[in-house]
Design a binder for this molecule. Structure first.
Ligand SMILES: [Zn+2]
Length: 280
């Protein structure tokens, strides 16, 4: 399989979320979407799995992608529990009735799968830990059951060793980012057949200290790389996703950068990429 982008946010621009949000807030900006799709195509990416946004940008991208020879998949937006991480790229639910309504809304919007926020993101400016609260295993399982019941696989934004294990035990089909995954998490990935999309270049492209503390970033990346090598040896499915649109991760080039980084670790993404294309 040729180069895939297993995790990107076409709505974001690799520079400033606020700037991108302002551009798309009233309506998705078609010129910006076309420029991003052209970049993706020019980098040789033929399959793009969007991570969602709340302005309908990925929905527009999906309708335009065939013109660029790109197979495009999207969850439309991320589901998150109100007050938890995820509001930048999606909508919150208060209870399972609300979650069910959001899944129905994603379906009406043409979703190919459901994306949920299990945990926060990494606090690059602080100690590199995971921000905010995370969903308990039972709640993740309820979300997975609702989504699977509608025929959707679940893509889980997730960081932190315990959170990764909870998500896997709850039955998600992919772990996105997965920073701080431990050996038990790796064993569960192997057992469940979930795909790990490690988005290494969100860190690897930001090691120079100009935006985030260099020592923090280096420490996070070293640990991530070690765990990835370990996971690859144990036959875990690993997918090539860069989180393009994130800071210093341009669309198209992000996928190429991620592929180069994983190759430098000796991690092969062929089977993981194929599983992503099949399941999502
Ligand atoms: Zn994402």
């Amino acid at each position: 399989m040729s180069l895939i982008e297993a995790h990107g946010h076409i709505m974001a621009n690799g520079v400033s979320y606020a700037q991108a949000a302002a551009l798309h807030r009233d309506a998705p900006d078609e010129a910006a979407v076309r420029a991003a799709l052209a970049q993706v195509r020019d980098c040789g990416v033929t399959f793009f799995r969007d991570g969602g946004d709340k302005f309908g940008v990925s929905q527009l991208a999906k309708t335009l992608a065939p013109e660029y020879g790109i197979i495009y998949r999207t969850p439309v937006f991320i589901l998150h529990r109100e007050g938890f991480y995820g509001s930048m790229y999606g909508f919150g639910y208060r209870d399972m009735t609300g979650a069910r309504a959001l899944i129905a809304e994603a379906r009406r919007g043409g979703a190919d799968f459901i994306k949920i926020a299990v945990s926060g993101m990494l606090d690059f400016d602080g100690d590199g830990g995971v921000t905010g609260p995370a969903l308990p295993q039972g709640e993740i399982a309820e979300l997975v059951k609702l989504a699977n019941g509608e025929g959707f696989a679940v893509m889980a934004h997730c960081n932190g060793a315990e959170n990764v294990k909870n998500a896997l035990l709850a039955g998600v089909s992919s772990i996105e980012h997965g920073f701080y995954t431990d050996a038990d998490g790796v064993a569960l990935m192997k057992e469940t057949g979930a795909v790990w999309v490690p988005t290494c270049v969100t860190v690897a492209n930001n090691l120079d200290g100009s935006r985030f503390p260099a020592a923090t970033m280096r420490g996070i990346l070293e640990k991530h790389a070690e765990t990835l090598k370990y996971a690859a040896k144990r036959g875990v499915l690993i997918g090539n996703g860069s989180d393009s649109g994130a800071y210093n991760v341009p669309h198209g080039r992000g996928a190429a950068d991620e592929a180069a980084f994983l190759a430098s670790l000796g991690v092969d993404t062929g089977a993981g990429d194929a599983k992503i294309a099949e399941v999502f």
